[in-house]
Design a protein around this ligand. Structure first.
Ligand SMILES: Nc1nc2c(ncn2[C@@H]2O[C@H](COP(=O)(O)OP(=O)(O)OP(=O)(O)O)[C@@H](O)[C@H]2O)c(=O)[nH]1
Length: 266
């Protein structure tokens, strides 16, 4: 009998379980965390919603041909980081957002990056962060230059993008997928490949060989040694609601979003 566990199989990537990635979006109020999240999930720019809701959204993505179950926590920290454990211990990657037309929000993003760096030092675990300067469409009212954004990102060793939640979807999607790639790199780095493996032809100690006990002409006894499971982060507490956008309802093939609390989707 030949064992297949632990050995790469042709095309196995297509049917493998999706990679689970938790992404938290941080930043001061009004920088566009919700607008970016909704843009990514629905391709739409939504300008109106309840700013006090902290929601976690779930979306099935394909990143570099790999299925990914992505959870996005759109945090609502008010003006300073509070009760941060809920996302610090949960996220595999962070998007730290400021608005290019707000110096105050830029300073706030620096504080978030410091918080993440401190947490990484304390826990010896460093989920990647990406710095985003949002509202690029408001560039004429800039209070933060692109060079300043890049310099801050450089100080903390993170990727940097300027985006706009109300411009093209592809750019916003690219940023979220980059966050998935960063998270994946970090997850792979921290969990060395421990494949499910089968060692063949191995008899159990203190037991007669299976062939003898059952009188089988030929039998291979396989010992299954399972991969040790990585400790799973606690999933954020939230109410699960399935929401279909009107476009999803009108086009049967459009993706259905599983949202944990609803935006107003028009
Ligand atoms: N022009 C422009 N406005 C944006 C953009 N992103 C968000 N906004 C607007 O900025 C305001 C705040 O956006 P939100 O997405 O609510 O910001 P937030 O960071 O989630 O804010 P809180 O929920 O209060 O933490 C809203 O009026 C949005 O319509 C953008 O890229 N460009």
């Amino acid at each position: 009998m030949s064992s297949v566990f632990g050995k790469p199989r042709a095309g196995s990537g297509q049917h493998s379980a999706p990679l689970e990635v938790n992404l938290a979006i941080l930043g001061r109020r009004g920088v566009g965390k919700s607008a970016l999240t909704v843009k990514f999930l629905t391709r739409r720019f939504i300008s109106e919603y309840d700013p006090n809701l902290e929601d976690t959204y779930s979306s099935e993505e394909t990143v570099d041909q790999q299925p990914v179950h992505l959870r996005v926590m759109d945090t609502a920290d008010l003006d300073t980081p509070r009760n941060c454990e809920r996302y610090l211990n949960w996220a595999h990657a962070f998007l730290v957002v400021y608005s290019v037309d707000s110096r105050q929000s830029f300073e706030g993003s620096g504080r978030y990056l410091e918080l993440l760096a401190l947490h990484a030092k304390e826990t010896q675990r460093s989920p990647p962060a990406l710095l985003l300067g949002n509202k690029l469409d408001m560039a004429q009212y800039r209070q933060v230059t692109e060079a300043e954004g890049a310099a801050l990102a450089g100080r903390f060793g993170c990727l940097f993008f300027e985006v706009s939640a109300c411009l093209d979807f592809e750019h916003v999607q690219h940023v979220f997928h980059e966050a998935v790639r960063e998270a994946r790199r970090e997850l792979e780095k921290n969990s060395p490949a421990r494949p499910l493996c089968i060692s063949e032809e191995r008899a159990l100690p203190h037991q007669a060989p299976l062939t003898a006990r059952h009188g089988l002409a030929s039998c291979t006894f396989n010992t299954l040694s399972t991969a040790s499971l990585k400790e799973m982060p606690t999933v954020a507490q939230a109410k699960l609601v399935t929401v279909k956008s009107s476009r999803a309802q009108s086009k049967r093939k459009a993706p259905t979003l599983t949202l944990l609390k609803g935006f107003k989707i028009f």
